[in-house]
Ligand binder design. Structure first.
Ligand SMILES: *Cc1c(COP(=O)(O)O)cnc(C)c1O
Length: 367
């Protein structure tokens, strides 16, 4: 008998009665969107969980990032990473800015800070690094470079809900951080996202920009967009937040089981866990060095697919190889990112993934 398909991820679903209880009041108020009571309640709950002082909620993470860039009035060039989801680069381009790609550190796949300064020109206005898979960038180095050259820093923290660094919320670094609450993320509101920021004064502008730029019913001061989180999304967020700690514990057990099976195997590289970090175990990336391991990433991927296990190649292709960006940037500029993209596979990871299934997946990889 064919085994049941195992997807790379499975969205968290709160008990349906709990969600119904949460959305019930919407039928009395007929308040569906535009920063209603559930939005307000969830905004506070999310800020508490993230340990941040300032937060704004959005329809999704991508629009949040576009608005973050717009709100800071960036110009010219933005230094970023090619080892990310397309959203990061698209948000820069859709603001008519020029991405400048910095290579990554092979130890954690985040931007290689030793290469940053040489990429700064008189046109550079910001750095947009990504805490890839929840691996924290070298925030201290980025902060000191940003300060020296008067650059803004926006972190793509899409993978980072609930991560803390020595008890400090990950969303408190840089000028602004963006979180995604997409259905496939460790915490979700179906679709959704947030920006967190150190300056409380940013809030007014961000709230206007997500509502077409309206500052009052007859006054539109900025060319905003529509990126409001609705009440049903907020209700899902309130429900999922109650179960998140428990889910992270289960994800941790899955990650540990993968490590037990795969650590120390020649030709398989796992990213080290850093000390002092409260992780969320959003992804489990594995890197295959074909000559040492004997199989390429694509061969392993195919072996898993035959057995109905659907892994993903996050992040492959590299952004600079995507149809819409290809040829514009030199592929030799980021050789480490290129190698990592060719070797990476993210294995199935979700709270309810059975540990025996983890063993079975690892069995196919090592076969
Ligand atoms: C998911 C993701 C986004 C986009 O978030 P959405 O909520 O799906 O719009 C941006 N950057 C990264 C790195 C992501 O993984």
């Amino acid at each position: 008998m064919q085994n049941k398909a195992i997807p790379v991820t499975r969205s968290s679903m709160p008990p349906i009665e709990e969600y119904i209880r949460e959305i019930q009041p919407i039928w009395d108020s007929a308040r569906l969107t535009n920063m209603g009571p559930l939005h307000q309640q969830f905004e506070k709950a999310a800020a508490d969980y993230l340990a941040v002082d300032n937060i704004s909620l959005f329809a999704n993470g991508h629009l949040a990032l576009e608005i973050a860039i717009q709100s800071l009035g960036l110009t010219g060039e933005v230094i970023t990473t090619p080892f990310t989801f397309v959203s990061t680069t698209h948000a820069i381009r859709r603001n008519n800015l020029q991405p400048v790609f910095c290579d990554i550190d092979p130890e954690d796949c985040t931007i290689d800070v030793s290469l940053l300064e040489r990429l700064i020109s008189e046109k550079t206005s910001a750095i947009i690094p990504v805490h890839v898979y929840g691996n924290i960038c070298d925030t201290a180095a980025i902060e000191s470079i940003a300060k020296k050259y008067h650059l803004k820093v926006i972190y793509d923290a899409a993978h980072c809900f609930g991560i803390k660094v020595n008890d400090r919320g990950i969303g408190t670094f840089g000028d602004i951080s963006m979180f995604s609450f997409h259905a496939t993320k460790v915490f979700h509101t179906i679709e959704g996202g947030a920006l967190t920021y150190g300056k409380a004064s940013y809030k007014v502008n961000l709230e206007h920009l997500k509502n077409f730029g309206f500052t009052s019913p007859e006054l539109v001061e900025a060319v905003g967009t529509n990126a409001k989180m609705n009440e049903f999304q907020a209700a899902m967020g309130l429900c999922n937040l109650r179960h998140l700690d428990e889910e992270i514990v289960k994800r941790k057990a899955v990650a540990e089981r993968y490590r037990q099976n795969l650590a120390g195997i020649k030709g398989i590289k796992l990213l080290p866990e850093k000390r002092g970090i409260r992780q969320n175990y959003a992804y489990f990336p594995v890197f295959f060095e074909p000559i040492i391991f004997g199989k390429t990433r694509n061969q392993v991927f195919a072996d898993l697919a035959i057995n109905n296990i659907i892994a993903r190649k996050y992040f492959y292709p590299l952004i600079t190889d995507l149809q819409c960006y290809r040829g514009i940037y030199s592929i030799t500029d980021t050789p480490v990112a290129r190698t990592m993209a060719d070797q990476v596979m993210t294995l199935p990871m979700y709270a309810d993934l059975d540990l025996k299934e983890v063993d079975r997946i690892c069995g196919y990889i090592l076969a």
